[in-house]
Write a protein that binds this ligand. Structure first.
Ligand code: SAM
Length: 282
């Protein structure tokens, strides 16, 4: 049996037995591989780094999408930067939104995931409310004059094409593109393994968002403990909302989740001491 060894860290590796290699291709932007594994189902890796797996993707996608959308409470327009596999788009479209726009730099990721990992998008790309833009998310934010209630950054790690999506300039452009009371959510790495990513995110988000915070969720494929998500509100009521408000919003939305619950939503903002220290006690 051959194995896929992730190349994210110099000094620690995770590897997956490959039951079958489904697809491998070098796009204009990155190396794409999709392979099948016994435990995680199909796995997508870009430039040697695991992005998503069929078995545990629900945790990441539900938490990236539902915490800001339920936190907002009345989001009608949502922007996703990156997210080519379609999982975040799928979760956003479970809400009563008017439009969900996804800006992905690499159209091959969209095409390959639609074909080889269809449960990720689960029809979301065919939803009339979905708008797909093929562009660099950073340039889109700089040049667009559109505004949104919620912006989610569903990016690769801060290397290669995703690097620009972790800069203070990019967060500043996101701030300008949020409607009053809008919320920006980001993926901010695994704090135990990538502590500098959390520190940098806190410092850079903090330049543009006075109340920037972080929440966490354990995602097995992102090894090394829980993953952190940035949560940056542009004004609006205090976050997270009261338990009864979240319960009401969740009940009204009327869909089932596999990880997200209103109680998890609130609990996810409780950070352990080492993570608090990394963000300067925020
Ligand atoms: N869940 C994943 C994680 O945390 O590792 C992210 C998955 S999603 C597949 C990441 C997407 O971001 C990729 O499809 C990649 O092509 C896209 N991406 C990277 N840099 C980008 C940029 N500058 N603008 C838009 N999309 C970008």
């Amino acid at each position: 049996m051959s194995w896929f060894t992730e190349t994210l860290y110099d000094d620690w590796q995770q590897r997956f037995p490959i039951s079958r290699e489904v697809f491998r291709h070098k796009t204009d932007f990155q190396d794409v591989i999709i392979f099948e594994t016994p435990r995680f189902g199909r796995v997508l890796a870009l430039d040697g780094v695991v992005q998503t797996t069929e078995r545990d993707e629900f945790i990441y996608h539900e938490m990236l999408a539902h915490v800001p959308v339920f936190g907002h409470g009345a989001a009608r327009s949502v922007l996703i930067i990156g997210g080519g596999d379609g999982g975040t788009l799928r979760e956003v479209l479970r809400h009563d939104v008017e439009r969900a726009t996804m800006v992905e730099i690499d159209p091959s990721v969209i095409d390959l995931c639609r074909e080889h990992m269809p449960t990720l998008s689960d029809g979301a790309f065919d939803d009339p409310r979905a708008e797909i833009v093929v562009a660099d998310g950073c340039a889109f934010m700089r040049e667009s004059d559109r505004t949104f209630d919620v912006i989610m950054v569903d990016s690769t790690d801060p290397h290669g094409p995703g690097e620009v999506l972790f800069t203070a300039e990019f967060y500043g452009d996101c701030r300008k593109r949020l409607n009053p009371g809008g919320i920006l959510a980001t993926q901010s790495g695994v704090p135990f393994m990538q502590p500098e990513e959390l520190t940098n995110s806190a410092e850079r988000l903090g330049r543009h968002f006075a109340d920037a915070a972080f929440y966490v969720a354990p995602v097995p494929e992102y090894v090394g403990g829980f993953m952190a998500f940035g949560f940056a509100p542009a004004g609006g009521p205090p976050q997270p909302p009261a338990a009864e408000d979240l319960e009401r919003r969740f009940a009204k939305a009327g869909f089932r989740t596999k990880y997200y619950t209103p109680a998890i939503h609130r609990a996810a903002f409780a950070l352990p001491a080492f993570a608090l220290e990394l963000i300067g006690g925020r």
